[in-house]
Design a protein around this ligand. Structure first.
Ligand SMILES: *Cc1c(COP(=O)(O)O)cnc(C)c1O
Length: 463
């Protein structure tokens, strides 16, 4: 029998996060303020605690994980590395497919890895309350859980369409003690403005971010900060524990080398988590194919320009150098809520510019088909976001069969889909269709960043 579960002993858990900023040949460009100059740490100080701002700007390769954070992560980490032998058999592929199962966390996804770290650093800095946005509800749940463990209050602005489509997650947030409202909400200036213009808007992550940031910076006590579940450098950093564990586990499984690494990409965090330790190896000479997979409905890396843009629709955040569809982008209502964000992590974007990554976009129909095949071979019902990674894995495994190559494929199973069954139901009832973004829609959306400063395109040309 082939081993299907490769466990890592608790005492072998990684003790430091890996920071890709230390190894990128050309650094990601700094965020810009309203005056077009790089923002200072002080300017971000109303939004984030200073210890996380330091992490955000750090170029240290290894950053120690605080003992107390490890103490909480032990609840579910190290996560298992599993081998998808049943899918391999079904596909008759010579490829060996491994995946990090991040669905085993209490909230059901990779997001608690950073939620716990962020809550801890905020607490350490004397903060009492965190405010945030959530799309599908995964991040809201992760932060609600983390805040409860660290005794912080938690306020969540949830994108309206998900609030209506996914009531189960708001119940989970309540169980963990958070206060969750639909966004746009009447509770903030940003929300009220948008409701006045478009009362039936499905909302977007961008709008919800505006509300959550406003809530943090307007708190007269100064004890509220904002927490972001993806995109920022410190979030990518906290997620690298996924790839670092995977490396150890692949060694245990007897694998000397990985050929392909795959993750779905919304803001980039689970993808960065599984891949950055391997991007490091690639920078230092190894041959690895690294694939972020996104939806054709929100094709940030494959069709969005590399530009300076705001992280949110109300333009409260600094300008980030990233691939973007424009901050005014209101994505089609596909079920992969976590992949509906207009921007992308600046670190992931810079790695794409370098040619270290090969982004792909798949349509939701192909992804649901892949998710069903997965559920019917491997068993787990995955999150609609994760199905994008699986569609990429199946393509690579089939290609390995056609080429007769015994490749090693690693991917991040970012979360389970047990709260997302409505999407599966619609797919099975034939109610979903292809949702690729039209040229016209994209062009309109990009008008929101016309005339913005242009980041330099810096690449070595090695990859
Ligand atoms: C949020 C989420 C994603 C997308 O976010 P990233 O920051 O790109 O990882 C993917 N999968 C799941 C299960 C999620 O909850």
């Amino acid at each position: 029998m082939k081993p299907v579960k490769i466990m890592l002993e608790e005492k072998k858990i990684p003790r430091a996060w890996y920071n890709l900023a230390a190894d990128l040949p050309n650094p990601a460009q700094p965020p810009l303020g309203p005056d077009g100059q790089p923002v200072s740490p002080q300017m971000l100080g109303k939004v984030f605690p200073m210890n996380l701002i330091e992490q955000e700007m750090s170029r240290e390769r290894w950053i120690k994980i605080p003992e107390e954070v490890l103490g909480i992560l032990y609840r579910w980490r190290p996560t298992p590395l599993r081998r998808a032998v049943f899918l391999e058999q079904y596909l008759k592929t010579p490829a060996r497919i491994y995946y990090k199962d991040e669905s085993v966390s209490p909230a059901g996804s990779h997001k608690p890895n950073t939620a716990v770290a962020q809550a801890w650093y905020n607490k350490e800095f004397g903060i009492k309350k965190l405010s945030t946005e959530t799309g599908a509800g995964q991040w809201g749940c992760a932060l609600a859980f983390a805040c409860k463990l660290l005794d912080l209050e938690c306020k969540v602005f949830m994108v309206r369409i998900s609030f209506d489509q996914k009531p189960l997650r708001k119940m989970m947030m309540k169980v963990w003690g958070a206060d969750c409202v639909a966004s746009p909400s009447p509770e903030t200036n940003a929300g009220r403005e948008i409701l006045k213009e478009t009362p039936d808007t499905p909302g977007s992550l961008g709008i919800a971010i505006s509300e959550a940031v406003e809530r943090a910076v307007m708190d007269p006590s100064g004890k509220t900060r904002y927490a972001l579940g993806s995109v920022l450098n410190h979030v990518m950093l906290h997620q690298t524990i996924i790839g670092l564990e995977a490396k150890e586990q692949l060694k245990i499984a007897g694998e000397k080398k990985v050929d392909v690494v795959i993750g779905c990409a919304g803001g980039g965090s689970n993808f960065a988590g599984i891949s950055f330790p391997f991007v490091c190896d690639k920078i230092h000479g190894e041959k690895i194919t690294i694939l972020p997979v996104e939806p054709t409905a929100c094709p940030t890396l494959t069709r969005g320009p590399f530009a300076y843009d705001h992280g949110d629709i109300a333009k409260m955040t600094p300008l980030l150098a990233m691939h973007s569809l424009g901050h005014g982008f209101i994505p089609p209502a596909i079920h992969a809520g976590g992949l509906r964000y207009h921007g992308m992590s600046p670190l992931v974007s810079q790695a794409v510019i370098e040619g270290l990554l090969e982004p792909r976009a798949y349509d939701q129909m192909k992804c649901y088909e892949a998710a069903l095949l997965w559920a019917r071979t491997e068993g787990l019902i995955v999150a609609p976001e994760t199905s994008h990674a699986i569609a990429g894995v199946i393509d690579e495994a089939v290609r390995a069969r056609e080429e007769g190559k015994g490749k090693t494929i690693l991917f991040c199973l970012s979360g389970h889909g047990l709260m997302d069954l409505a999407g599966y139901d619609k797919y099975l009832n034939g109610e979903l269709k292809e949702a690729a973004l039209s040229e016209e829609f994209l062009r309109k959306s990009l008008e929101s960043i016309q005339g913005y400063p242009q980041p330099q395109v810096r690449k070595t040309g090695k990859w």
